[in-house]
Every structure is written in C-alpha cells, then in structure tokens.
Design a protein around this ligand. Structure first.
Ligand code: FES
Length: 160
C-alpha cells in the first residue's frame, strides 16, 4: 500500500553525503505560469522567436492563487534548482485576488525556505501579462543567471 511505503524509514543505502555536482552540469528551472496572462506571455515569447534559456520547463496553472506552497517545495525536493512563479499583474487576476494570495504565500514560503536551508532566491514571483513576451524572456534569462550563481540545489544533491 502507498501509505506503508511513505512511513518506512529509509535504508542506510539511501543516505548520501552532499556532493559537488560535476562542473558544467546544467541547472533545472521550472516556471509556473497562470493560464490567462503569463502562459500567454510565454507563448508570445515563443511565437515572437525571442531567445530565452531552454532549461526552463513551463507548468500551466489556472491562477497563481492555485499554487500550493507544497508544490514549490516538492519541486526543490525533486531537484529543481530554481522555481519561477508568473502571474497576472495586481488588479488583473482573472479570479480577482488569486495573485494577491499567491504573493502572501510566496513571501511566507521564502522566510520558511531560509529557515530550513534553501536559499529563498531560488524562488521568484513575477507579474507577466499576455502582451509581455519580452518581459517573460528577460525574466527567465535573469533568473537563470541568478540560479547559476547560486549553483545546484543542495537539498536534492543530499537526497540523491
Ligand atoms: S489568473 Fe493570472 S494570477 Fe490569477
């Protein structure tokens, strides 16, 4: 049963020391984009042939207010080095205040991340409208550079 597997303590062979990743290993980024603005902005960047780093995977959600903090922490557990959350500008959310709720959650989560040893700069919230393809591309480029300076996500390395 699935419940039994999750409560079983890990075997000794599953414990590993943190280690430095091989030089040049690419970083992994994901971007949660709300359906109504930011996903369309990312799409516009694509159809406009704007260059942005290919090592970002986009996950479409209906609204940033739908993103549970657990989703973001789980991404770091799975080895993602940086998580970008993109939503409608304040006042433009299609669910009225989903982005405002997301902002509060993410600011709280950033404090928690620093407390538990995950650099909160690995998580970034940005507002990107459907007409801001350039802003999306520039945000991804800037975020990638920031995460490259921080290096690989050591939480994942310690678990692998
Ligand atoms: S619909 Fe875009 S942030 Fe809510």
């Amino acid at each position: 049963m699935a419940g039994e597997a999750s409560t079983k303590p890990p075997a000794d062979s599953e414990h590993h020391e943190a280690q430095t990743p091989p030089p040049g290993e690419p970083i992994n980024l994901i971007a949660f984009c709300c359906n109504w603005c930011s996903y369309a902005g990312a799409d516009l960047a694509g159809v406009s042939r704007l260059q942005y780093p290919p090592n970002v995977k986009i996950i479409r959600v209906m609204c940033t207010g739908r993103i549970e903090p657990e989703f973001l922490l789980h991404a770091f557990e799975l080895g993602i080095d940086g998580v970008l959350v993109c939503g409608c500008h304040i006042g433009d959310c299609h669910y009225i205040s989903g982005n405002e709720k997301a902002e509060v959650r993410i600011n709280t989560l950033k404090k928690l991340m620093d407390m538990i040893g995950i650099d909160s700069r690995r998580l970034r919230l940005e507002w990107v409208s459907a007409s801001e393809g350039t802003r999306f591309a520039e945000t991804v480029k800037d975020f990638k550079e920031q995460i490259e300076k921080l290096g690989k996500n050591k939480i994942y390395i310690a678990q692998s």
